[in-house]
Design a protein around this ligand. Sequence first.
Ligand SMILES: Nc1ncnc2c1ncn2[C@@H]1O[C@H](COP(=O)(O)OP(=O)(O)O)[C@@H](O)[C@H]1O
Ligand SMILES: [Mg+2]
Length: 463
Amino acid sequence: MFKSIYTKLVATYLSLFLLIILMISVFVLSIFYKEFTRQAEQDLINAGDKTNVLMERYYNNEISKAELTAWINAMSYISNIKIYILNPDSSILHQVETGEEMSLGQYIKNDISQIMKGDSIKKMVPVKLETGDDVIYVGMPLMYNEKISGIILLFSPVTELNLILREVIYTMVAIIVISVLLCTLAILKISIRISEPIVNISEHARKIGKGEEVPDIEIKSQDEIGKLATSFNEMKKELRVAEQMRREIVANVSHELRTPLTSIIGFIKGILDGVISKEDEKKYLSIAYEEANRLKDLTRDIVEVAKLESGNTKLNKEKFCINDLIGDVYIELETLVKEKNLDFIYDEKDKNVEIDADKSRIKQVLINIINNAIKYTNEGYIKITLEKENAYSKITIEDTGIGIRKDKIAYLFNKFYTANEYGNATNGAGLGLNIAKNIIDMHNGTIKVESEENKGTSVVINI
Ligand SMILES: Nc1ncnc2c1ncn2[C@@H]1O[C@H](COP(=O)(O)OP(=O)(O)O)[C@@H](O)[C@H]1O
Ligand SMILES: [Mg+2]
């Protein structure tokens, strides 16, 4: 029934409001009623006490019977109370407004025997007399010379109380109806304010899920809902960027894969069709072999980039001596460097430099960078320098290679970015530096490239 936030909000607010109003009404009415009957009871008791005093004076012959009657009638008239004075045997000693038959209900008779024992009786919940009148009444013993010499009964009609109560209830109902109406309007407005952006957001989310373009959500407030809308708009922007990146990557990857595959297929077909001569077969097969190897490395790198970017890669950190690790890499790559007739220098400015990092990942970074240096350097040297800098270790890989044009340096860490102008001869897909940067970032380190065209390049890692 309450499926939408809107109806939930309205239902909750309204029922809460009604409950509170109801509780306040009951509270006010009961206080009012209590106070009213307390007042009425007090009036009856006062009149009873005064009647007792008059009776004493009458018994003491201080006033005549006529005076007594006049006093009591006057009192009764002014306070709208009916006063009866009964003898102990219940015969009526005095009754106001003579001529009116006094008929006592059965329970009043029961009360009389109670009063004769000396108790006062107060009936504040209206009782119906045989005459049909609703009354509240007080009965008390008539005391003379400290003895019970009769009963005083005092009745007050409740019609007046009823009238006042009814008026109070009417006024309260009117106030309640008006405030419920006003409150409902306010609640409706607030609920719309709250639920509308949420409905909007879910509608937008549904469309985005389907791949539709949607405009930004209008931000109308700075509260949590406003923040939700802001976050949603930001998320949408990020999604668009991510989608754009995904498209680019798919395009890049398929391009990078297609080129070597095309040449491999071409060579094999040439051999199968006999277009390539027997003498050349070996040459083309070895090119195909190299291309296939390159494809293998490329797919490995693509998977690596995807893994690193997904944020699911965990580092296996340990404390180790970076001098030793660089030493290992040096030995591994030495033959490659020597094959190109380059000098390979390892300058350990500090010994026993310890770092806390993922050893195999750092090794991967070093191999990537040094491989670049080998690839893009034709004469001169490659020099690795290790030194301590504050709490960091600083590794510089310097070469005297072809260098990189200034305006390209900023893009080197982008995926699939290659800066060399010598075609694809170097066989790079432009993922190596991106992987290196991702790994160094994960270690909260920094990696920078400084380069001058035709002079050489330095990659500086701080970790
Ligand atoms: N030591 C270097 N000397 C000259 N150019 C470099 C060097 N290292 C990287 N580059 C340039 O940066 C680009 C990106 O490097 P990288 O991400 O490793 O890709 P790849 O080596 O696969 O081309 C390379 O294509 C190259 O143009
Ligand atoms: Mg590379």
